[in-house]
Design a protein around this ligand. Structure first.
Ligand code: 1PR
Length: 524
């Protein structure tokens, strides 16, 4: 029996599912007594440091947790569950951590994108049963803006390089904690969890201490556009420039849960679901997406993002739901990140008009509770050609692909409602505004390229990537493995997403990775 501390902010379902997949039962902590009675305690913190410590205080969990840790009883902290063990964090000045280990939590001070989102390796600093079975060159999934800086070197189990070398796991006695997410690190992460649950069955020890330096991998993401077809069945569909109908019918490329499982088996680094009719069907009434997430997260152990319909909503009985309510339901059902499309454009427009943050927008509220890394902005831009760089009050670029009348310039117009409505805002300014409001990642689609197999719009990707410091996902247009190489080598984008070529089995994920091996850092 594993006892799991869920303080209510983030995706603990994945941790529960991962532990259960190893044949263990999980008991959730309801009160202090459950901590006192635990045999093995897992603390999978997600979200923001200040919010986490406030909730732990409110629930009366701080003292029992401290007592459990001071008695050196079996403990595994994950992500914020690692950071909580230290004295304080730059993320929440004045808020005390559990203080088991002397030291602080600091924000990354690097030229790379922050948060660090993706698969990175570990330099093993000392032998431990937790790491048994590792060869030393594997990658785990990280998602964080802050990292721990212990005062005592002897607790450091592993370090990781993200421009700087930071501590990625610690261990003292029976207390161990990782910055990375074993529950999101595929079979490798499950093996690590098994080592914690049942150390006696752990595989052969780590052969040697490694410290060759690690590198974050470029991520390959599979995207599933989901909606109901005319018979009411939930299907994965795929558009050509966002038109998902062929001969009048919604294209049906498979079942969401089955396809997600297939992509996990084929080595996808992440899976994204977009509920593409979310702008008209409110997701909490359109429950199948919740079920899709719940079922997928049962046996898919890589990060899951879900988008579509994340906004405030009033139903026909006058009951109101906030975007935070919708996001919370998604996180509870197994999502690691949520993605906001249409509403982000409206939020950015309002913000750019006044220059004032209200603290009330979906981006601000969700990132406050769940952390910036959990909030993705899905952008649906369309190219608009102009004759001169100052022809419109938008971010205009000079293009290598002139327009129909020889125009040498263009801007990327944001759209809402699945491309149906163009707005007076460009993709570069949208991305910047959303970053300022607290978004952690940009999913950059391109209506002109969607479904065309003609390659990513490198000019768009470079323009947005250059305008923000958060990671960007290039999307739309992938037609071959070479297109992934091109986008990674010609822009600084952190990840690339495709749909059609994966659904139609034209280019499997394994072929993309085989092509990139040796040219671009990837997770094998
Ligand atoms: O506006 O917050 O409700 O979110 C709706 C979400 O649904 C948005 O993220 C929006 O991008 C998405 N969406 C809406 N309509 C469509 C459509 O296709 N008619 N899909 C749609 C967007 C783009 C990508 C696609 C890539 C790669 N799909 O998801 O997967 O373009 O495709 P490819 O590799 O085949 O070229 P809200």
């Amino acid at each position: 029996m594993i006892t799991l501390l869920d303080y209510g902010a983030g995706n603990v379902r994945s941790v529960i599912n991962a532990i259960q997949s190893l044949g263990e039962t999980v008991q959730l902590v309801k009160d202090a007594a459950d901590i006192e009675n635990a045999d093995r305690l897992v603390f999978p913190g997600v979200g923001a440091f200040g919010n986490m410590m406030t909730i732990l205080q409110q629930k009366g969990m701080v003292q029992p947790l401290k007592a459990y840790l001071e008695a050196d009883r079996p403990f595994l902290g994950i992500c914020m569950g690692l950071q909580a063990l230290f004295e304080e964090s730059e993320e929440a000045p004045g808020v005390k951590g559990l203080g088991l280990f002397p030291g602080k939590v600091k924000r990354f001070d690097v030229s790379l994108s922050v948060p660090q989102i993706g698969w990175n390796g570990v330099n093993i600093k000392k032998a431990s049963t937790l790491l048994n079975g590792l060869k030393g060159d594997e990658k785990f999934y990280f998602v964080h803006s802050y990292h721990v800086v212990p005062e005592e070197d002897d607790i450091i189990l592993t370090t990781t390089n993200y421009e700087t070398e930071f501590v990625s796991s610690v261990k003292r006695g029976n207390i161990q904690a990782t910055q990375f997410h074993p529950e999101k690190s595929g079979s490798l992460g499950l093996a690590l969890l098994r080592n914690f649950i049942d150390p006696d069955t752990a595989e052969a020890p780590v052969p040697e201490i490694s410290s060759c330096g690690t590198q974050i991998a470029k991520r390959i993401i599979a995207c599933l556009d989901v909606r109901s077809n005319d018979n009411g069945d939930l299907v994965v569909t795929k558009g050509d420039q966002y038109d998902v109908r062929e001969d009048g019918d919604v294209r049906n490329l498979g079942k969401p849960v089955d396809l997600a499982r297939r992509y996990y088996d084929e080595g996808a680094d992440e899976i994204t679901f977009l509920n593409i009719t979310g702008f008209r069907d409110f997701p909490l009434e359109d429950m199948p997406m919740i079920e899709v997430l719940e079922r997928t997260s049962e046996n898919v152990f890589v990060p899951l993002t879900i988008g579509g319909g994340i906004r405030d909503y009033t139903d026909k009985n006058g009951k109101t739901y906030s975007a935070l309510d919708v996001a919370t339901e998604y996180f509870r059902s197994g999502a690691d990140k949520i993605s906001i499309g249409s509403d982000a454009v409206l939020i950015a427009e309002a913000y750019l008009k006044t220059g004032q943050k209200t603290g009330e927008s979906a981006i601000e509220r969700i990132s406050y509770v769940y952390g910036n890394q959990a909030v993705v902005i899905s952008v649906d831009p369309r190219r608009v050609y102009v004759d001169a760089p100052d022809a419109v009050p938008h971010h205009v670029i000079e293009t290598r692909f002139p327009g129909p009348n020889g125009e040498k310039y263009c801007w990327y117009q944001c759209t809402i409602k699945g491309g149906r409505e163009g707005r007076e805002l460009d993709a570069v300014n949208l991305a910047r505004a959303c970053e300022e409001l607290g978004a952690g990642e940009i999913l950059l689609n391109c209506i002109d390229r969607d479904g065309t197999n003609s390659g990513f719009d490198l000019e768009l990707v470079a323009a947005v990537r250059g305008a923000v410091t958060i990671p960007v996902i290039a999307s739309s247009g992938a037609g071959s493995a070479a297109h992934f190489q091109e986008v990674f080598m010609e822009t600084d984008v952190e990840s690339a997403l495709a749909a059609g070529i994966f659904h139609r089995k034209e280019v499997p994920i394994s072929a993309v990775k085989a092509h990139l091996a040796g040219k671009v850092e990837i997770r094998q």
